[in-house]
Design a protein around this ligand. Structure first.
Ligand SMILES: Cc1ncc(COP(=O)(O)O)c(C=O)c1O
Length: 310
């Protein structure tokens, strides 16, 4: 039986014992930054591979710089804590790893300075987030993506997810799977928890970081696969909503969502209204790589279980 563990106040404890006080600054004011990392179950090997752990902790470190959170951990230490947590938790399925660096002082007062900081990490099972085979039916959100001049989207700040939650719930309650948000200038930004790509002819196009996106690690993975495996270049440029309507294919990328085709936007089918051929090739490659089945990308996969099937 799997029992989840957490890294909390510099110790590994059962998840059930990792509790914060109600006055914790991050809980009251959204002053925390986090990551979502997947550990992917490989049935044949009896192994869980954590995907691109270094890139996730590098991004967390950058988020901490923006939010003035002290983060005195190196990647080796973080990787060792993470793999140990997954191994101790004992899951034999896909898991999600959530590191969260936060303002831990139990005091009132909105600010970033003169507060203590801490790090917690927990592990939870997480299956598919969206239906990849069926694809996602999306709407353009009436909520705009927050701007870098408001809350910087390049940092994965907990408080920023109020923006994502407003968009996601509006979409779901209106019968859609996911929301696509525009930025204040009306260009496509991203989904509530995913980056967006279109396939147009023999090119991929995706909004640049200046369109207020979280610069996704899955986004980078897909750009790498497209270039190195499919010979398809990616153009990072501002994208209009109507370019999505007329694209050959459209898909979203994210640690939770993996690579999910967008088959419909605002009641208009995109392309053939089902997963297109370029998306299908990327999806196949992606799942092989994240489960540690493609030796060329073994550097991106960190194993957790020290004792595995021969
Ligand atoms: C708002 C937002 N955009 C994009 C992404 C995709 O980023 P990544 O591929 O690094 O998970 C996420 C998920 O982490 C997200 O929350």
């Amino acid at each position: 039986m799997a029992t989840p563990y957490a890294y909390f106040k510099k110790e590994i404890v059962p998840l059930a014992e990792a509790k914060i006080g109600v006055m914790t600054h991050a809980f009251n004011y959204g002053t925390a930054v986090f990551e979502g990392i997947r550990g992917n179950w490989n049935e044949e090997e009896g192994q869980i591979y954590v995907f691109r752990i270094k890139e996730h902790f590098d991004r967390l470190r950058k988020s901490c710089r923006i939010m003035q959170i002290d983060f005195p951990y190196d990647n080796e230490e973080l990787s060792s804590i993470t793999t140990k947590l997954v191994e101790m938790s004992g899951y034999r399925e896909d898991v999600y790893i959530r590191p969260l660096a936060y303002k831990s002082s139990e005091v009132l007062g909105v600010r970033l300075h003169d507060l203590e900081d801490d790090l917690l990490i927990f592990v939870a099972p997480l299956g598919p987030y969206l239906d990849i085979e069926k694809g996602a039916r999306c709407c353009t959100s009436s909520w705009r993506r927050v701007e870098d001049t408001g809350i910087p989207a390049r940092a994965k700040i907990t408080g920023i997810y109020a923006n994502s939650a407003l968009a996601k719930t509006e979409a779901n309650l209106n019968g859609f799977d996911e929301a696509i948000m525009l930025d204040e200038r009306g260009h496509v930004s991203e989904g509530s928890g995913e980056n967006i790509f279109i396939v147009q002819g023999d090119t991929l196009i995706t909004p640049p970081p200046s369109s207020n996106i979280l610069v996704g690690i899955t986004r980078d993975t897909v750009i790498t696969f497209a270039r190195d495996e499919l010979g398809i270049p990616t153009l990072e440029r501002e994208l209009d909503r109507t370019e999505l309507y007329t694209a050959d294919e459209c898909f979203m990328t994210g640690t939770a969502a993996h690579v999910t085709p967008v088959v419909e936007l605002d009641h208009r089918p995109i392309g053939e209204g089902k997963m297109g051929p370029v998306t299908a090739r990327l999806v196949r490659l992606y799942f092989d790589v994240i489960r540690g089945k493609n030796p060329k990308y073994a550097r991106w996969c960190t194993p957790c279980y020290s004792k595995v099937k021969a």
